[in-house]
Design a protein around this ligand. Structure first.
Ligand SMILES: [Zn+2]
Length: 314
């Protein structure tokens, strides 16, 4: 309760309007967290500046003027008569013309800022994200309860997929960095002698949209399509999944995604599959660093690299 009251108090603090109904702290601080990982002096200065903005500790000329009327509210950079937060962050002609990427690359948001800052100053002037902006309304959440398959290159019917090499991929979509907005998908590519035979994709079923579930579900959804007695090598770039699977069902029962593992092992037993899982690093074709660091397993060939690429593309 006291925390909620604090939010209302913060709402009335400098440029804080919009905080009162709740803040998504995870997203608000995500950029700051990424800056703090770097030890370079310039980045640390940027980090300190961002903290100042988030804390409402900036003092544009208009704020100084309101506290000390004998100080002018005029912008010392461009001469505009009233330099408030909006002017400093979005409207100052001098600042907007500076050859600094962070400024020139965000100038296009100026019109949105004009519309937005009166309603939500906390977002446009303090970089604080209100909770409601990080939620997808229930009737627009695009979640599915069951897989919704789309196919590549006309694969056999479900339950008829043959033995062979399959490559899985799980991805978080274009809002992958934001857990409450993330929508995952699972893809499978069937390869033979470096050639894509067919593939399939589905949104990740269920309300829990995490990368591990997407990776594990790619294997499960492959298994659900396989013919009985199929012999399959399944390649994943999710190392924890490969390790957990290879330790067996009893080990996987303790996993946070135990429901998926139980489903996988149940289907393997029911269909009497020979289903092995191997890990390969992702994006092998376009990340030479992995090659230099010697992380690629010795058995990886062009066939596996291409399979990985197709799974990612699908
Ligand atoms: Zn100015």
């Amino acid at each position: 309760m006291s925390f909620i009251l604090q939010l209302y108090r913060c709402n009335n603090h400098f440029d804080g309007d919009g905080i009162g109904n709740g803040v998504n702290w995870h997203h608000t601080f995500s950029y700051l967290r990424s800056l703090r990982r770097c030890r370079e002096h310039e980045v640390q200065c940027l980090s300190a500046a961002l903290e100042t903005v988030l804390a409402g500790a900036c003092w544009p000329q208009s704020r100084v003027h309101s506290a000390k009327p004998d100080v002018s509210s005029t912008c010392t950079l461009c001469g505009a008569q009233y330099a408030d937060s909006f002017h400093s962050f979005w409207g100052c002609a001098y600042i907007n013309n500076l050859d600094i990427d962070a400024i020139s690359s965000t100038n296009y948001l100026y019109e949105q800022a004009i519309d937005g800052f009166l309603a939500l100053p906390c977002l446009w002037l303090r970089a604080i994200l209100p909770s409601h902006m990080a939620q997808i309304p229930e009737d627009e959440n695009n979640l599915v309860d069951e897989p919704v398959w789309s196919y590549d290159l006309n694969p056999p019917e479900q339950g008829q997929w043959p033995s062979g090499d399959y490559f899985g991929d799980g991805a978080g979509g274009n809002r992958a960095l934001y857990p409450t907005l993330r929508r995952c998908g699972c893809a499978v590519a069937c390869m033979s002698d470096q050639v894509l035979q067919f593939g399939a994709f589905s949104p990740l079923p269920g309300p829990v949209q995490t990368f591990p579930r997407a990776e594990i579900s790619a294997a499960l959804l492959c298994i659900l399509h396989l013919a009985d007695h199929a012999i399959v090598k399944f390649y994943t770039y999710n190392l924890p999944f490969a390790e957990a699977f290879n330790k067996g069902l009893d080990y996987c029962r303790g996993n946070i995604n135990a429901d998926l593992y139980v489903h996988i092992f149940t289907e393997i037993r029911k269909k009497q599959l020979q289903f092995s899982v191997r890990w390969i690093p992702s994006h092998l074709a376009d990340d030479p660093h992995k090659e230099r660091s010697g992380k690629i397993p010795e058995w990886v060939t062009q066939h596996h690299i291409l399979g990985n690429q197709h799974a990612i593309r699908i």
